[in-house]
Design a protein around this ligand. Structure first.
Ligand SMILES: O=c1cc[nH]c(=O)[nH]1
Length: 414
């Protein structure tokens, strides 16, 4: 039966769902897409003119730290190094209160929603300094903003495990109390190999995915990656492991890089690249020709590695900038990676949308029968959106309008 003459809750007319594609209408009933067809004749409770915009399933942020966002006023940045950032946040989190974490995280989540993000994975530090206060706050954020965004909580050991065994028990408790997955950071632990094993022990016990901050240096020979690959294969965790940063990939000869890409693809390990942080923290100590330190995710994606570009930190010593915009991150990555072809732009768009969603077992493809989570961009399609940092117009989560940025209006003199 054609969609015409049927009754829908929502119809969004005159949108494209592919670069420069034909215009279609998207009809929604309840929380599902009922039809995507040209010129649907129907009655709908809400009838929206998409005015030629590009419709897709929303941006997916695979790696963000909501708990320590917006704390520039509490931290010093003198060196701009990784170790300074870790130490400054370790000091600051001692005095984090639940209400304070909630209000800073809410500020960032609301920005992310208005920038078209419909899913995110947030790390939350759980250790003797942070206690469970950040975790409790972020659980409330997850519930309160579920109308617009799906938030995954990764219980995270930022400051080591073997040096602080209490953290292990706290992560264990968080995983029993609503954390979705577990995250580790081998490079801050005196025993990185043991750290990797402890994180996998928690993942096995709770049957959850794992996400590591990994290899944050420019030394290709200093790496914990083989340990993570071995543990992934040993535990049969293919498709359930992500690694973030891995900045040393940017310092490798291409043959070595591609060999690693093939190993990652075979082990089903996904890579998140965080350009804003990596550009800020890498290459300190050089007064000229500062290295970029951003892993070339597009080259790994071409070898079959699931890759994503994410925002990471916002307004703290790891990244003293940020607005939680993934289309801005995509544009930054394309610029840093010196990309120019349409197909590369489309790949970069995929790394903040469809391919990123794959890391969560999800999809952002708009299709009849699929979830009616829809975001409109002022663009002819993905490639153009990355080039131009397309304006985000409005979005619906499971069929319900979740935000509307309105249309810009020029007031020309008459
Ligand atoms: O260890 C790290 C590196 C980057 N960003 C973090 O939050 N932690």
């Amino acid at each position: 039966m054609s969609a015409s003459d049927q009754q829908f809750d929502l119809i969004i007319r005159n949108v494209r769902i592919a670069e420069d594609g034909d215009f279609v209408d998207i009809a929604v009933r309840g929380d599902r897409i009922a039809a995507i067809e040209p010129r649907i004749r129907c009655d709908a409770v809400s009838d929206v003119d998409g005015e030629g915009s590009f419709a897709f399933g929303g941006f997916v942020d695979t790696h963000i730290h909501l708990d320590k966002a917006c704390i520039l006023d509490r931290c010093a940045i003198c060196e701009g190094t990784l170790s300074e950032a870790v130490q400054e946040v370790a000091k600051a989190k001692v005095s984090f209160k639940e209400a304070d974490v909630y209000s800073r995280a809410a500020r960032v989540v609301e920005k992310a929603i208005s920038h078209g993000t419909t899913r995110m994975r947030t790390f939350v530090e759980i250790d003797p300094r942070a206690g469970f206060r950040s975790f409790e706050a972020i659980k409330r954020i997850r519930g309160d903003y579920a109308f617009a965004i799906d938030i995954e909580i990764c219980a995270f050991a930022q400051d080591g495990l073997t040096n602080e065994p209490q953290t292990y028990d706290m992560l264990d408790a968080a995983l029993a109390d609503g954390a979705d997955l577990v995250g580790g950071c081998p490079y801050t632990d005196p025993s990185p190999g043991r750290h990797v094993d402890m994180i996998f022990a928690l993942a096995s016990k709770h049957n959850v995915a794992v996400d590591f901050h990994l290899d944050f240096s420019l030394d290709p020979d200093r790496t914990d990656l083989p340990k993570v690959i071995d543990a992934t294969l040993r535990h049969g965790w293919q498709g359930r492991v992500s690694i973030g940063h891995v900045t040393n990939l940017s310092a490798m000869p291409q043959a070595q890089l591609l060999a690693i890409a093939d190993r990652l693809a075979r082990a089903g390990i996904a890579l998140s690249v965080l350009p804003a942080t990596d550009l800020f923290l890498m290459g300190r100590g050089q007064d000229r020709l500062v290295p970029r330190g951003v892993a070339p995710a597009h080259l790994l994606a071409e070898r079959g590695v699931a890759t994503s570009i994410a925002t990471n930190n916002i307004l703290n010593p790891f990244t003293p900038y940020g607005d939680a915009s993934l289309i801005r991150m995509a544009n930054l990555y394309a610029n840093v990676a010196q990309l120019s072809r349409d197909e590369d732009m489309a790949l970069v768009f995929d790394m903040v949308s469809g391919m990123a969603a794959g890391q969560f077992d999800g999809s952002t493809r708009l299709q009849a029968g699929g979830e009616a989570t829809i975001v409109l961009l002022d663009s002819a399609g993905p490639s153009t959106a990355v080039r131009e940092i397309a304006r985000v117009i409005a979005g619906w989560k499971r069929g319900r309008k979740s935000f509307d940025n309105g249309r810009p209006m020029l007031d020309k003199p008459i």
